[in-house]
Design a protein around this ligand. Structure first.
Ligand code: CAA
Length: 387
């Protein structure tokens, strides 16, 4: 029985910051951001949008009433949780109307959370082949104004339906993984923003990839020639490229060229949206499937998942017949083109906005006219609404 991704889609907020504008304001050569970092735009949520509303917006795009009935597992991977106790999944289950008979919880391990969710979902479907699992990654990447990480911010969610005989990608149950206690990137409970040892985090990321790359082929007794592409967690598009460059001396020239060319297809969405933290790898998968040319059924794609702190995993999936009919490229291009460009002043104002609770209450209403939104905080409790 094949198990894997049957449906996949993403949501990103309807406003963005142009990184050339940001570079000019920060007195930086724009080429540093667009070439050196490899990013063009970053999505920015409004104060009424958070990990819950973005997850619900993404899930809505892949679900219909018939699909909802079979879902028995809902996992949200996020490092932008809205509550130290209650899982985002409980709000989301309610908003999108999943049955009560759903096991719903949240997973945190930096940008690795959704991958942990997918692996749990895989095991769940293996034991319950008639049922399916909904895994959603949802995050707001925030480093703060005027920080080195500022240009690598972003926001959004990716929703994936995991089931038997999937229409898009059959996972191969061939993972290799590793974990270490590393201080490369973290966000303590007392801070709204992440802290990063930027250069060190790049080194750890590449080291994890290198070790897992070798371990993968050793464990599975295969070679790079069995794979058609390597997709990466993309905190910014230059990062995955740096990791891919590290295999140059391990593969022949033609294969290296092919992998590099395919990598370029996988970063198009991220360049225009920014870092989704745990969703970035899967946004890269959508970008790859929508933009790469000459893809074929049974192409085997390697995915490198990395969560700072640190946890890494490499696994693969095989492309399923008719995968293309289950993607939505035209809609994505339209949504991205219709986003509102914020000036740097508007971005900074929005960025500094705080939820100001007075006697346990705060009211904002629907700022976005989107289907799901945080309407208010009442008696210290978040109240979400749907149009
Ligand atoms: N034209 C073209 N390129 C230029 C340039 C110019 N005018 N000026 C500089 N560059 C290039 C530099 O040569 C450099 O390229 P290489 O990396 O290939 O050498 C690149 O632009 C970046 O320049 P700096 O290294 O000087 O950049 P920086 O010190 O401002 O910081 C950063 C870069 C460390 C990535 C920083 O943005 C950061 O801290 N980001 C957050 C941490 C991060 O994303 N880490 C990734 C691994 S951790 C992870 O993956 C988890 C996660 O999601 C966070």
């Amino acid at each position: 029985m094949n198990i894997g991704i049957d449906r996949i889609d993403f949501y990103t907020p309807n406003q963005y910051v142009d990184l050339v504008d940001l570079a000019k304001r920060r007195d930086v050569d724009p080429d540093k951001f667009t070439i050196g970092i490899g990013q063009e735009k970053m999505g920015l949520p409004l104060i009424s949008q958070d990990a819950v509303t973005m997850a619900a917006m993404a899930a809505d795009k892949i679900l219909d009433e018939a699909t909802k009935k079979d879902i028995e597992l809902l996992i949200i991977g996020t490092e932008s949780g809205v509550d130290e106790s209650k899982a985002a999944s409980l709000f989301v289950r309610d908003l999108i109307g999943l049955p009560k008979t759903v096991r719903a919880f949240e997973i945190k391990e930096a940008c690795y959370g959704a991958t942990a969710g997918i692996q749990m979902a895989y095991n769940f479907v293996a034991q319950n082949p008639e049922k399916s699992a909904l895994v959603i990654s949802s995050d707001i990447a925030r480093y703060g104004l005027n920080t080195p990480g500022e240009v690598t911010q972003g926001a959004g969610a990716v929703a994936m339906l995991i089931k038997a005989e999937p229409k898009i990608l059959a996972l191969q149950n061939d993972s290799v993984f590793m974990s270490e206690n590393v201080g490369d990137f973290w966000r303590p409970t007392f801070s709204k923003y992440a802290f990063a040892r930027g250069k060190f985090s790049n080194e750890v990321y590449i080291r994890f990839f290198d070790e897992l790359y070798d371990a993968y082929f050793e464990k599975n007794n295969t070679t790079i020639d069995d794979l058609s592409a390597i997709l990466f967690h993309i905190p910014y598009s230059k990062m995955g490229k740096k990791a891919l460059q590290s295999v140059e001396n391990k593969v022949d020239e033609a294969k290296y060229h092919e992998l590099m060319q395919r990598y370029e297809s996988s970063i198009l969405l991220s360049k225009s949206i920014g870092n989704l933290y745990t969703g970035s790898l899967y946004l890269g998968l959508i970008s790859y499937l929508e933009n790469a040319e000459d893809l074929k059924t049974d192409d085997q794609i390697m995915l490198f998942s990395y969560g700072s702190g640190s946890m890494g995993e490499i696994f693969t999936g095989k492309l399923q017949p008719g995968y293309k009919e289950n993607l939505n490229q035209e809609q994505h291009l339209k949504e991205l083109a219709e986003r509102r460009k914020l000036s740097v002043d508007e971005y900074e104002t929005e960025f500094k906005k705080e939820i100001e609770i007075v006697d346990g209450d705060w009211f904002i209403g629907n700022l976005t006219n989107e289907k799901y939104y945080l309407e208010q905080i009442k008696e210290n409790e978040r109240i979400y609404k749907s149009l």
